[in-house]
Design a protein around this ligand. Structure first.
Ligand SMILES: Nc1nc2c(ncn2[C@@H]2O[C@H](COP(=O)(O)OP(=O)(O)OP(=O)(O)O)[C@@H](O)[C@H]2O)c(=O)[nH]1
Ligand SMILES: [Mg+2]
Length: 270
């Protein structure tokens, strides 16, 4: 049986990643009522005993740890994740954070943080790889618009190619909508796109405006009209005609769509 490691980078990467782990656990719990650690579960989770050692497939589930590395140059999103219901599936050795973020600047993520954290990132990726019997894939999730996602996300991609050339690199890249209020996001996207074309084996491009349109259409069917919505950096919705459309946080619903997409393409292995 093969395993995969998920590398989630930046706010968007970590929020989408978080939805992925949640759905993966729910789906598995739905089909495996006996709570066994089987081969399907082992593709994305380790089963760890109280001393932190790996237990083989076939036994009862003890402590599940996601095969993941969480990277963000701000602490907020990762800290929130660690206070939420998924906190048990990550431990501190899987996290890499800084405090100030990349300020929506590809170069800060790629060059500045990429150089400062190079060794630490390699160390964490190696550690995640060492827990696998047969590592098949790295799934990298990041936004194309944010400084950390686009810059550091693509730096990690390059590192993976250097360190694990034989392991497949699949990138989920979330593109900014035309209305994105991060002014640098088009530049970040173009700079990141070049890296993706050079270092990724497969890219799953996801368009935020399309996600928002899907979510808006579903909400329209369920609750009545809310036309022409655009998305703000903090995840709130605004109307194109001005004014705030409500205190809704559409990212959750949007990220669910992306997480389902990922779950579907990995279902073959899990
Ligand atoms: N679909 C989706 N898009 C997101 C999410 N969070 C942020 N974005 C989008 O990602 C872009 C901003 O990137 P972020 O991921 O927030 O930035 P970052 O990687 O943390 O980089 P810095 O904050 O600049 O250090 C914008 O286009 C946002 O609309 C999310 O949870 N889901
Ligand atoms: Mg950020």
């Amino acid at each position: 049986m093969t395993q995969s490691v998920v590398v989630q980078v930046g706010q968007c990467g970590n929020q989408v990643g978080c939805r992925f782990w949640d759905l993966a656990l729910r789906e598995h719990a739905h089909v495996n009522k006996k709570g066994l650690y089987d081969e399907a579960l082992s593709s994305f989770f380790r089963n760890v005993d109280s001393r932190g050692g790996d237990r083989g497939a076939g036994g009862i589930i003890q402590h599940l740890k996601a095969r993941a590395v969480l990277v963000d140059m701000e602490e907020g999103v990762v800290n929130k994740l660690l206070q939420g219901p998924l906190r048990e599936v990550f431990d501190s050795t899987q996290l890499l954070t800084d405090v100030s973020g990349s300020g929506n600047n590809w170069a800060v993520g790629h060059l500045t943080y990429g150089s400062v954290y190079r060794e630490q990132m390699v160390e964490q990726l190696r550690r995640a790889a060492e827990h696998c019997d047969c590592l098949q894939c790295f799934f990298i999730i990041h936004s194309m618009g944010g400084g950390t996602g686009s810059g550091l996300g693509t730096r990690v991609l390059g590192l993976l190619e250097e360190e694990f050339p034989e392991v497949c690199r699949i990138v989920t890249a979330v593109y900014p909508s035309a209305e994105d209020d991060v002014v640098t996001s088009p530049y970040n996207s173009v700079l990141a796109m070049r890296e993706l074309s050079e270092h990724a084996d497969c890219v799953l491009p996801v368009d935020n405006q399309s996600l928002l349109d899907i979510v808006s259409r579903i909400s329209l069917m369920a609750h009545g009209a809310k036309p022409e919505l655009v998305i703000r950096r903090d995840g709130t919705l605004a109307s194109r005609r001005g004014g705030i459309a409500g205190a809704e946080k559409p990212f959750d619903a949007m990220n669910n769509i992306v997480a389902n997409l990922l779950l579907n393409i990995t279902r073959e292995t899990c």
